[in-house]
Design a protein around this ligand. Structure first.
Ligand code: ATP
Length: 514
């Protein structure tokens, strides 16, 4: 959190560890996020965003759009870089996904457990191998490996401790050794199958007779590549320039988990930056810097964000270099989980589409007449994962208030910027409150709440992270002042009713700057 008021309280409260189940339960109780089809028992990997969740998600989405398209960063030459927007269809010609490699290659290696019928991503399993005995090897999921391994060792390790084991990724283990492994949820060794490819693209059918197989897009990026030519020919852009898109993506993830972190329907914010091959390194560094600044501008603690360069063994074959932006989620702590990948994709995608479509993807430099296929730098972020990071970062335990916690949202992210609360429902207070609400609602997302006792209403605003509450009381009609309650400090002060709008503009801005 970067706000003045915020940073003071963040330091006081961060010693309390946040539990994921408290975040999930708050999200449901207050209307941020519900499981999809809740009344039917839900559906694995899908989530619905409630009244506050959609505001939060839109705030993050709009801030990305503003930072990319409306007010893009200043480039190395001192001028704003050029980025235009796009909203492409979710279903495209299936050839798009053949060219991109998703139909043939968008697969995860999967292992099934014959005992429990559970399925795991092979690259997500770590195997704990006893250093000096022939006892069973134990599998544990990567994002919580030590915790789970410890429990498994207690059960199967005959008094051994974690230090008596060495670890290896499942993908590094020969199939003939699988017989020694007890799966993450199994009770006996030898029940994991050999890894098999599993395609992540969702299929559907199109046409009156439903005879054409199509795919729900697995990423927003390909919609950008297939519109590169249209954009170049219609918008007044020249290389280097970017095309940005925000939207849904679908992956039939084998093991959706950790709330909205890994879901089957999610949203991405992707930008493809087209540049001359000789300038790709320079732009790669530029975008790493910009994306660092951006992630730190939404109220996450800098200590909980890392920028990690992929090792050579991790790089996809077309990428020359990739950085991941990772956040320390409660379920990855002390490790980190990916929020964004920033990849130098070379000319791979444009070349693939040139080959499959037969349409030339060359750019002709209007000054030098040089012809070339531009190289691409891609900052590809998860919008819904970003929402989860913002929720986790904001959750602040505080035993000194009735709610026991508050959401320390950056003011830009807060779903509601201020609440107007008449102390009682009589003495003309609701009327004054309504007038104030009408005068503010064009400028801010405001909540007018006249029900319940004031303590409960403050508690609710704390839980939904509203930066300021304006309370109308008996004194208001006498001296035309209201009480302002600051979310983070709970301090109260009186200000003139007529100054509320300018006060709110000013104080949200101060809080945002930090
Ligand atoms: P992962 O390794 O976690 O599966 P990825 O490297 O395949 O992710 P990309 O294809 O680079 O992800 O997609 C860009 C971003 O989209 C990711 O950084 C992440 O924020 C988001 N994303 C990818 N898959 C999911 C998912 N199943 N649920 C939510 N967000 C996702």
């Amino acid at each position: 959190m970067s706000g003045n008021l915020n940073s003071q309280t963040t330091q006081e409260h961060t010693s309390h560890k946040v539990d994921m189940k408290d975040i999930v339960s708050l999200c449901k109780r207050r209307g941020f996020i519900f499981q999809a089809s809740d009344i039917y028992g839900g559906i694995n990997g899908f989530w619905d965003y409630g009244p506050l969740g959609v505001e939060l998600k839109n705030n993050l989405r709009d801030w990305w759009w503003e930072s990319m398209v409306k007010c893009p960063p200043i480039g190395p030459d001192g001028e704003p870089v050029q980025i235009v927007g796009l909203d492409s269809a979710i279903i495209q010609n299936p050839r798009v996904w053949e060219a991109s490699g998703h139909v043939g290659g968008f697969t995860d290696p999967m292992v099934d457990c014959k005992e429990t019928k559970l399925r795991y991503r092979a690259d997500h399993l770590v195997i704990f191998i006893p250093k000096d005995s022939s006892e069973p090897w134990l599998a544990a999921p990567k994002d919580d490996e030590e915790n789970i391994a410890e429990k498994r060792i207690k059960k199967f390790g005959k008094g051994k401790s974690l230090s008596a084991y060495e670890t290896k990724d499942l993908t590094a283990i020969a199939v003939q050794d699988f017989d020694k492994i007890i799966g993450p949820d199994a009770s006996k060794p030898g029940t994991l199958t050999e890894p098999r490819a599993f395609n992540l693209l969702f299929e559907s059918k199109t046409g009156a007779t439903q005879d054409t197989t199509v795919y729900l897009r697995g990423e927003t990026a390909q919609g950008i590549f297939v519109n590169y030519k249209n954009t170049l020919d219609s918008a007044r852009v020249r290389v280097p320039f970017g095309i940005a898109q925000i939207g849904k993506a679908f992956r039939n993830e084998v093991n959706p988990r950790n709330f909205i972190f890994r879901s089957r329907e999610f949203e991405q914010m992707e930008m493809e930056w087209f540049c001359h091959p000789s300038e790709a390194d320079k732009w790669f560094d530029f975008w790493i810097e910009q994306r660092k600044k951006w992630w730190l501008s939404i109220g996450v603690n800098p200590d909980d964000i890392i920028f990690r360069r992929h090792g050579d063994d991790e790089l996809v074959f077309y990428s020359k270099k990739t950085f991941d932006v990772e956040y320390r989620f409660p379920f990855t702590d002390p490790g980190f989980g990916e929020l964004e990948g920033i990849a130098y994709r070379t000319d791979y995608d444009l070349n693939q589409h040139q080959e499959y479509s037969g349409v030339k993807m060359e750019y002709i430099d209007p000054i030098t007449n040089e012809r070339y296929v531009p190289h691409v730098i891609e900052p590809a972020a998860g919008l819904t994962r970003g929402v989860l990071a913002v929720l986790c970062a904001a959750y602040t335990v505080d035993p000194n208030r009735p709610s026991g916690m508050f959401m320390n949202f950056h003011p830009r992210m807060a779903p509601i910027k201020a609440a107007i609360l008449p102390l009682t429902a009589k003495d003309g207070q609701p009327e004054i409150a309504r007038d104030l609400y009408m005068s503010l609602r064009n400028d801010f997302m405001i909540e007018l709440d006249i029900k319940q006792n004031i303590g409960k209403r403050y508690a609710r605003q704390d839980e939904i992270g509203t930066p300021f509450c304006f309370t109308i009381d008996n004194q208001t009609s006498e001296d035309k002042t209201v009480t302002v309650r600051h979310r983070n400090t709970m301090k109260q002060e009186r200000i003139a009713l007529s100054s509320v709008k300018s006060w709110l503009h000013e104080n949200l801005a101060i809080m945002a700057q930090g």
